[in-house]
Design a protein around this ligand. Structure first.
Ligand code: HEM
Ligand SMILES: *[C@@H]1O[C@H](CO)[C@@H](O)[C@H](O)[C@H]1NC(C)=O
Ligand SMILES: *[C@@H]1O[C@H](CO)[C@@H](O)[C@H](O)[C@H]1NC(C)=O
Ligand SMILES: *[C@@H]1O[C@H](CO)[C@@H](O)[C@H](O)[C@H]1NC(C)=O
Length: 325
């Protein structure tokens, strides 16, 4: 017996420390049942609001999906993307690639209803995460359980949107940008599938159409017919600031058509097309192009990962998503 005593002395503090770590982590960790007791209607309120808004404005789903991506990539998923600028501070939403995020009113509507049903409970960051799942489901994509319990941040800086990946990035730069947030190559390729929805302005891809490089006038990775069409869509000079191209020919349906387009050189952004031009990602594009169910599964699991990027512990639950409390 005596020989066990020292073991116990060692094991006890180790177990104790382990318990403490587990306890502390579970405090910060997100949870699928976070609002089960405090606001059981939360998910229903968000999905009904998003659904109704999308009927009136078909641009809403793509905008909300992109909003979630931007939120999580800048300062983590903390709803910093929703804060309005103030006289002292220019916020993210007024930063450089601010075109087309504008579905903020939908989040405002959902939040107002949530404040009536269960005041000061549901964070704006969780509303975006739920809405992003809902728009994917509504558009024909996969369902996943959204983990909740995010807190809202108090800081939003236009200058930080420079840290979003650019549509001119090559695969090395894309991998770096995602791995900085703990996201893998597979996550990056799967999440890029978000471009199965939505629209891009000419400014995001027109460098591929003319004077692309010293050797090539047109980006050689772009299908020539697409390049000719896009030159018509985006003439130079371009008087129409709203001109642009749908990212996928089935742009309001969430499907794997985006990957099929990459295989035939019809990706709109250089960043999209580069995924098929590099051995590290080409096989994943091929797999998703061939198997929509595989893409759906991987997209769902990568969205859960994206939703836990940089989640903060010492934030607040805003009352209105546009202003800090
Ligand atoms: C991989 C790096 C990414 C780059 C370089 C990128 C870049 C862009 C650009 C330049 C636009 C067009 C903006 C415009 O001209 O209006 C856009 C639109 C969009 N992006 Fe991405 N994006 C990336 C990843 C993602 C991810 C991970 C998602 C979501 C999962 C996403 C969802 C969207 C959606 C839905 C749109 C269409 C928005 C609309 O129609 O209003 N993107 N993206
Ligand atoms: C549905 O959306 C429209 C447009 O955003 C809004 O005017 C209307 O009040 C909404 N209805 C419900 C029941 O939320
Ligand atoms: C984009 O940002 C500018 C300020 O930098 C602002 O004036 C403009 O309203 C923003 N556009 C949108 C669509 O939010
Ligand atoms: C990608 O872009 C970076 C930065 O512009 C550059 O250093 C690199 O050589 C490029 N090419 C590849 C294949 O990674």
């Amino acid at each position: 017996m005596a020989t066990f005593a020292p073991m116990k002395l060692i094991i006890f503090p180790i177990t104790f420390l382990l318990l403490i770590t587990i306890f502390q982590q579970s405090k910060a960790a997100l949870d699928a049942h976070y609002y089960d007791q405090t606001c059981p209607q939360a998910e229903k309120i968000v999905s009904e609001t998003v659904r109704n808004a999308s009927i009136y404005d078909p641009k809403v789903p793509a905008r909300i999906l992109r909003m979630f991506f931007h939120d999580c990539f800048i300062r983590g998923c903390d709803a910093s993307v929703l804060l309005d600028s103030t006289p002292q501070n220019q916020a993210e939403k007024d930063g450089p690639p601010n075109i087309s995020l504008g579905a903020f009113y939908v989040i405002d509507d959902a939040k107002a209803k949530l404040e009536k049903a269960c005041p000061h409970i549901v964070s704006c960051a969780d509303v975006i995460a739920l809405a992003a799942r809902d728009v994917v489901v509504m558009s024909g994509g996969p369902y996943w359980n959204v983990l909740k319990g995010r807190k809202d941040g108090r800081v939003s800086k236009a200058s930080e949107t420079i840290n979003l990946p650019a549509p001119t990035f090559n695969v090395t730069q894309l991998i770096q940008s995602f791995s900085n947030r703990g996201l893998s190559i597979k996550d990056m390729v799967a999440l890029s599938g978000g471009h199965t929805l939505g629209f891009s302005h000419c400014s995001s891809f027109e460098s591929r159409l003319r004077s692309f490089s010293s050797l090539h006038d047109i980006d050689p990775s772009m299908n020539l017919e697409l390049a000719r069409n896009l030159r018509n869509t985006c003439p130079k000079p371009n008087l129409d600031r709203n001109a642009g191209q749908f990212l996928d020919s089935t742009s309001s349906t969430f499907d794997n058509y985006y990957y099929k387009q990459l295989v035939v050189g019809r990706g709109v952004f250089g960043s999209d097309q580069s995924l098929f031009g590099d051995y590290r990602t080409r096989w994943i594009v091929g797999a998703f192009a061939n198997d929509e169910r595989l893409f759906f599964r991987e997209f769902a699991s990568s969205m859960v990962k994206l939703g836990s990027v940089g989640v903060i512990e010492n934030g607040e639950v805003r009352v209105k998503c546009r202003v800090v409390k």
